[in-house]
Design a protein around this ligand. Structure first.
Ligand SMILES: N[C@@H](CCC(=O)N[C@@H](CS)C(=O)NCC(=O)O)C(=O)O
Length: 211
């Protein structure tokens, strides 16, 4: 009898699904991939909604555990597979507070408040309505927040501490998404993206994320 794979990932083709495939590649984990895409109807089937009632990808299944939300999935994988190192400062109270601060900033200010507003009123305008002013102001807000929240000195080789982490995946996916909607990024952010794109895990994750 064939054995059930340890990890199953649902979803491909978006910045959010890339986060999961990239981290799995960094952790060198094999998994089963259910390659369903957004806005194809595949996220709205009864079978998929039994797994994630929100009807959204990505989703991770690990044994009898189901985890949704791209960043939560990367956090979970990091806890169950400990092959990526942390430095001492990252695990100190200050380091962990900085982690939470960066994660909240990226998810709320850059992703939800800016990029997703742009997506809703550009690519998904047929559903959410055209709103050119909302798009212009979301782009301006993104640039302002990025300049204030991640100025040049705060973005070294990695965004948090001296080791690669899920925050690098989150930030790179956000910067790539911003560039794809024609937001001009500061030079230090483009240099950081360039470094992240060199990682073998990024290339492997991108391949897996193909729709
Ligand atoms: N906050 C969620 C957002 C997930 C999300 O909105 N996924 C979109 C694609 S990027 C989706 O599955 N939408 C349903 C659909 O398009 O069918 C996450 O980070 O995982």
């Amino acid at each position: 009898m064939s054995k059930q794979p340890e990890f199953i990932v649902w979803g491909a083709g978006t910045s959010r699904t890339l986060r999961v495939h990239w981290l799995l590649a960094e952790l060198n984990l094999t998994y089963d991939h259910q390659r369903i895409g957004p806005r194809t109807g595949e996220t709205q089937t009864q079978a998929f909604k039994a797994i994630n009632p929100k009807g959204k990808i990505p989703v991770l299944i690990h044994g009898d555990r189901i985890v949704s939300e791209s960043f939560a999935i990367t956090r979970y994988l990091r806890r169950v597979c400990t092959t990526l190192a942390f430095d001492e400062a990252q695990l100190s109270p200050e380091g962990l507070a900085r982690f939470d601060e960066l994660a909240s900033f990226m998810l709320m200010e850059l992703d939800a408040t800016s990029l997703y507003i742009i997506r809703r009123h550009l690519d998904l305008a047929e559903i959410y309505g055209e709103a050119p002013n909302a798009v212009i102001s979301a782009k301006a807000y993104f640039s302002k927040m990025l300049a204030q929240g991640l100025p040049e000195p705060s973005l070294g080789e990695f965004v948090w501490g001296t080791c690669f982490s899920e925050l690098d995946i989150l930030l790179t996916s956000i910067l790539d998404w911003a560039a794809a909607v024609d937001i001009v990024l500061p030079a230090h952010c483009n240099a950081y993206r360039g470094r992240m794109h060199q990682r073998p895990g990024y290339g492997l994750g991108k391949d897996k994320n193909k729709p």
